[in-house]
Write a protein that binds this ligand. Structure first.
Ligand SMILES: Nc1nc2c(ncn2[C@@H]2O[C@H](COP(=O)(O)OP(=O)(O)OP(=O)(O)O)[C@@H](O)[C@H]2O)c(=O)[nH]1
Ligand SMILES: [Mg+2]
Length: 299
């Protein structure tokens, strides 16, 4: 009986920055484990979500966006993404479907091929953001990707609205081996509350600041006291004094806004009151510092 087969395994989502990888993970988990912003290179670590269905359990890995990285931190981010493929049974290459065949996309073809050629598992392609597309424009996009690589399946989706996502999951699951459930049904992720809290603070920096500031920022949780309210001390690390000035803002307004917005989301995550203390620290050129990158899971 075909239906009695239970499959379990790992699917790694890889793809260019800003394509909607984290949005898809959150949608499938119905839980915000990964931060999402309109800026590229938001995700910096591999984040695992556990998607459990009647006949399957899929460990879905969200990863940093693939890009031509020059700085050390960015190179490590791309490495994290590509390394996640080693533990995967199937890869999901997720791109922004609204990137129409054009000179710009043509320029990326060689780069995409470079990543795709390194993948040993079957690769499913998801064309995301179809909610923004005229359905008639989908065919040339599909043809363009078909010429680029042999994909096990090509599935148009909207990670934001959930369109096509069920079909996508069926495709991914069909490439998982037979196996048991490794995790309880109701566990959405192996990420700790501490990690997600640090990411929420980083998300607010991404949303509230501009230019290079988000890319020069990292967040470290110094203390997480499980009292009532939960007391969290977090350091926001920047590379320069001028960036510290921006994060503090006039009369401390930026820091107050960061704290307010992050507190609200962390309270939602933990389901209890939170007192958040933020400290801004300057660590010159930390994005090139292997010791600091290692502490952030990036080396
Ligand atoms: N309209 C629309 N917007 C989407 C969709 N999926 C993601 N987005 C938006 O695209 C932006 C990037 O989404 P993310 O999920 O952060 O993208 P990502 O691929 O994880 O990006 P990196 O972490 O930077 O690699 C956000 O503004 C999302 O709201 C979609 O299906 N439709
Ligand atoms: Mg992301």
């Amino acid at each position: 009986m075909k239906n009695s087969i239970h499959r379990s395994g790992v699917a790694a989502i890889i793809g260019p920055p800003n394509a909607g990888k984290s949005t898809l993970l959150n949608h499938l988990l119905q839980f915000k484990v990964a931060i999402v912003t309109p800026k590229p290179q938001t995700t910096r670590n591999r984040i695992m979500g556990i998607v459990t269905g009647e006949n399957f359990q899929m460990m879905l890995l969200d990863t940093p966006g693939l890009h031509q990285a020059r700085e050390e931190m960015n190179r490590q981010m791309v490495r994290v993404a590509m390394d996640s493929l080693a533990e995967a049974d199937v890869a999901l290459f997720l791109v922004d479907g609204t990137d129409m065949p054009s000179a710009k996309l043509e320029q990326r073809a060689a780069e995409y091929q470079g990543y795709l050629d390194k993948i040993a598992t079957p690769v499913v392609l998801a064309l995301n953001k179809i909610d923004l597309m005229d359905p008639e424009r989908l065919l040339p996009v599909i043809d363009w990707y078909r010429a680029l690589h042999f994909f096990a399946a090509i599935v148009p989706i909207s990670a934001l609205q959930g369109t096509g996502v069920e079909t996508l999951v069926e495709q991914l699951v069909s490439h998982l081996p037979e196996g048991p459930r490794y995790y309880p049904d109701d566990l959405p992720t192996d990420a700790t509350e501490r990690f997600i809290a640090s990411e929420i603070i980083r998300e607010k920096v991404f949303l509230l600041t501009r230019d290079e500031v988000p890319y020069s920022t990292a967040v470290v949780i110094d203390a997480f006291e499980e009292s009532d309210p939960v007391v969290i001390h977090a350091s926001i690390m920047v590379e320069r004094n001028s960036q510290k000035g921006i994060l503090v803002g006039q009369k401390g307004r930026m820091l107050a806004a960061l704290r307010k917005q992050a507190t609200k989301d962390i309270e939602h995550l933990l389901g209890c009151r939170v007192r958040l203390h933020l400290w801004i620290k300057v660590r010159k050129n930390w994005t090139e510092n292997p010791m600091i990158l290692k502490d952030l899971g990036l080396a």
